[in-house]
Design a protein. Structure first.
Length: 406
């Protein structure tokens, strides 16, 4: 193993401090019909740097450029299947809560028009027959002219702290070539042992009013002895360790684990969890959050029943959130994290979500943490539980609990 990897590279990987916009160099300004590069992207292909990237639509959604076949069509069909309005499959309905909302596909009005040509490949994903299109557009409309229109789960946060974590023991799918397998293993030889990989993160530093960003090289430098310290940096704001955010993250990951332990229809490869929490914290609330976090942790340790433990943790977290919401209203320095749309939403579902957000704004609880599953270009049907993903989730939870205990 390379010596720099063996050392963990915690000292070698310096964060990049940014103030204001985080757009790629040369990528400032409007692009397709008012869309701009997503400023807070922490991992993956970036618009203006790679051909495939993510854009911010004027209506507040994000546009993920469709990858070349078969990856792009496979991801599109997965989202379409999960969010299909003509099914009532409990497994898929429950999965929706763990994903960003999906609003279909989008292409620029300036893109070429025409019809798709070529053969269709039929496959089964989770018991549903889906179609994959592996052809060129008659008038040069390629997959890179088509975008997945998704919810921006960071939009309601004022200072979003974001982390992208790849989950599973393998970052290549069963159909990958030997060359691809070897390439992925070289990138992070410890994937099978650790079960997850930090792809990137950005953390708000309260005292400096700036963000520290860490790229994929930082995550690849983390080994078994340094993974806890490396992951804890995401929850350290320069003054305190945000144990309230850790507790809420544990709750979210536990819910995802419960879904995986109850399904035997999908296997996920090279898929990630996107963590988001609010970087601004109200003075005086942190100590209460820390006390509730400790009580919640003890409840989990003393109770082997996961459902009861989750219920206890969730109740405590809601109580803490309610107090945060009340005091935040009394503090003029903390404004509501909900934002008004800066464009017209053309889909009925977008309008429904906006009404739902307005309704939730009047409730006594605020949701200060999000953990969503993302990246589904390598999802395949299965008849057995996804043990690789489950292993990664359990190991991630173990590390999060260790950080919380200290």
């Amino acid at each position: 193993m390379d010596s720099s990897v063996a050392l963990g590279r915690l000292e070698l990987a310096r964060p990049v401090t940014t103030h204001g916009s985080c757009l790629p160099e040369g990528a400032h300004g409007a692009h397709l019909n008012g869309c701009v590069p997503l400023s807070h992207q922490v991992a993956g292909h970036k618009y203006g740097v790679d051909k495939v990237g993510i854009l911010q639509h004027p209506d507040g959604t994000v546009l993920k450029q469709l990858q070349p076949p078969p990856r792009g069509p496979r991801e599109m069909q997965f989202y379409s299947m999960v969010y299909s309005e003509d099914h009532c499959d409990p497994c898929l309905v429950d999965l929706q809560a763990q994903l960003p909302k999906y609003y279909g596909t989008w292409s620029s009005p300036d893109a070429p028009t025409g019809t798709w040509m070529g053969a269709w490949s039929h496959d089964k994903i989770g018991g549903f027959t889906v179609q994959h299109e592996f052809s060129q557009h008659l008038c040069s409309l390629s997959s890179t002219d088509l975008y997945l229109k998704l919810e921006d789960v960071t939009r309601r946060f004022q200072k979003p702290c974001i982390m992208d974590v790849k989950i599973g023991q393998k970052s290549y799918d069963p159909y990958a070539s030997q060359e691809k397998r070897e390439q992925q293993i070289r990138k992070y030889p410890l994937m099978e042992e650790i079960g997850f990989l930090v792809l990137g993160m950005r953390v708000y530093k309260v005292g400096l009013d700036s963000f520290d960003t860490y790229d994929q090289h930082y995550g690849r430098g983390l080994v078994k002895d340094t993974i806890k310290e490396g992951l804890s940096k995401f929850f350290y704001n320069g003054d305190i360790l945000r144990k309230d955010a850790i507790t809420a993250s544990i709750l979210k990951v536990q819910k995802i684990l419960q879904w995986f332990e109850g399904q035997s229809r999908f296997n996920f490869y090279a898929s990630s969890l996107l963590f988001v929490y609010e970087g601004i914290c109200v003075p005086g609330l942190v100590s209460q959050s820390l006390r509730d976090s400790q009580i919640a942790l003890e409840a989990c340790e003393q109770n082997n029943n996961i459902n009861q433990s989750l219920s206890t943790m969730y109740s405590l977290h809601k109580k803490s959130c309610a107090q945060s919401h009340y005091q935040a209203k009394q503090d003029n320095s903390v404004r509501s994290s909900s934002q008004q749309p800066n464009g017209n939403r053309g889909l009925a579902r977008l309008e429904e979500d906006r009404k739902e957000s307005k309704s939730q704004a009047g409730q006594e609880t605020v949701h200060d943490v999000e953990v969503k599953m993302i990246d589904f270009a390598h999802v395949f049907s299965s008849d057995v539980p996804d043990q690789g993903y489950i292993y990664g989730l359990k190991n991630l939870l173990k590390v999060l609990h260790q950080i919380l205990e200290e």
